[in-house]
Design a protein. Sequence first.
Length: 273
Amino acid sequence: MPPIRHAFATLAIGATYSVVCYFVFVYGYIIDYFHVSFAGTVSYATVTISQYLKVSNLFGRYITPEVRRYLMSNRDALELGGQETELSILFSDLKGFTSMSEKLEAREVISALNEYFGPMFKIIIDEERGTLDKLIGDAIMAYFGHPQPNKDHPVQAVRAALKMQRRLEELRQEWEKQGKPLVRMRIGVNTGRVVAGNMGDAGRTDYSIIGDNVNLASRLESNAPVDGVLISDSTYERVKDYFIFKEREPIMVKGKEKPIKVFEVLDMKEGVK
């Protein structure tokens, strides 16, 4: 039961109990009202705090306050198991960071990663309302349109990808002035149905997404041009009115019988918000 419904249920029970206490008192009996009311309040507080801790443990700071509020009022979204849903998945990976790491001290590597991840997280989470799924070394996996449903998730994912490339270019110029080796980035975006949910057992859980469309997004990233954004045909059909594209040679993906149509995203269309 969502916390708000739990609150109304607690109030309804409390009101009913108050009426019973009144009529019983009229007939000469006394019922302990305080302790029952106190128990109801504690029950509601316990459920609310438990839900808050659950959301915090699963997502930490990797969701927007808006999504956090949504999860606080929709407890079923965090139950063990999964649900099939459509969303857009983004994979990004740095090219040249390994060689850069070999030329820097350990603390400089961490500093460089923090300089990189900070603005990327801001773009994904704060600006485009995405959810950060995981970091794999210097790679980022994120998705849009879940856990809070949002029909504009393909546009948000592609827009985030373009912003990330532009921000890295700015960061690259700063690093060049500091004499640091240059890095490049590839990004892949795919839209499709996946299984999303809180997976694991009661002692250890991980909220994530799985499915063929997740794997395809990863393959798109590995096939993307350096400094480019490569998207699937399913994403293209949803965002073609908002961006400028260049169709690339279809790619073969493991598990697929036919080549996959892909498009490189070049820029936003002028005048499109």
